[in-house]
Write a protein that binds this ligand. Sequence first.
Ligand code: FMN
Length: 406
Amino acid sequence: MTADFGDASHISRSGTGPGPPARPGAVLRGNAERPQPVAATVTSRLFQPLTVGAVELPHRVVMAPLTRMRATQPGDVPNELMAEYYAQRAGAGLLITEGTQISPQGKGYADTPGIYSDEQVAGWRVVTDAVHAAGGRIAPQLWHTGRVSHDSLHEGGALPVSASAIPFRNRTSLKDADGNVYRADCPTPHALTVEEIAGVVEDYRRATRNAREAGFDLAEIHGAHGYLLHQFLSADSNQRTDEYGGSLENRARLMLEVLDAVIDAWDAEHVGIRISPIGSFNGLEDPEGAEAGLYLAEQFARRGIAFLHLSEPDWAGGPELTDEYRKELRAAFPGVIIGAGAYDVAKAERLLDAGFIDAAAFGRAYIANPDLPERLRTGAALNEPDQATFYGGGAKGYTDYPALED
Ligand SMILES: Cc1cc2nc3c(=O)[nH]c(=O)nc-3n(C[C@H](O)[C@H](O)[C@H](O)COP(=O)(O)O)c2cc1C
């Protein structure tokens, strides 16, 4: 299988296709040739407890959402192997699951799990029970990929949906009959009608009820990385002339309607949202992303949600966020901010000390290090992630990374 970078891989590399990020995150260092991570000090803020809405975290190392394409078919059902994978990582302050489609229409890649059917809810219950038995806390990432999808994933070959029917030059990851992952061009999507948009909001509401029923501790909305909610937000992908297009307020309307529906189905202290205000993800340019991020942060603050999850673009070749922007974001959102993207202990400590973030999420390092917090706390070396097994497959490159005591 070729290494590819599904979700966040498509941070713009000028259409060069799949491949590793241009600049690997410093946290991946850990072998003899490279500098070892700096051990967190005893006074480290990273290892102080944190209240995130209704949930108490024992420390501030979070597992970032990571698509791994290993759900059981047919039906995109979470399984025992996934339960083992998440339970191995239950030492995280908080686990955020891989992107999880809220409806069949919201699916954009092969073998990603859903959270709309009874079977899926039962599968997630096995996962949350395993995580809780291991002492952890877990939130699903509620996902609608919009135009980052393929007609072959949808019943009757239906087109993927988006804000506008604009030709879209991007690819997604599918599987062939032998289970091998390959990349396919995304078609021009169908523009959702206002009635269909209302249906999408209802799908998020149902997914949230399902998340509660499945025993999750919190829920995260995926508002980042060029997927449906971001496609509505950006004027690049949204050329609508109705109440969902035009002004920033209109373009943000769907994201906020979804947020309100999710809050309604649970409550604000159980809900967080991930955004990526700066950077180009999944073929989506968002020239006004910085401004939109601040507007959204204010809207999130008004609703008193549990957390804002900030996906930063520098891990894959995007710019580093400036302290100035972080300051503005903090002023707009006084609640819990989780930062993600090329974090190591030093970056996390600096931003925690400055008050710009309250917790740090780790992605690739968490793929390879089930006991990542312990390694960061003690300065132990990190296992290197194997990109060839990121997407699809079985236990190899999934549940077989050794913990320190192994
Ligand atoms: C294999 C892989 C899958 C990912 N899947 C998701 C996903 O489902 N949802 C999401 O919001 N981000 C996803 N991301 C982005 C990560 O959550 C994270 O932001 C990114 O890896 C940067 O953090 P890192 O430098 O610690 O790896 C994915 C990244 C990788 C490498």
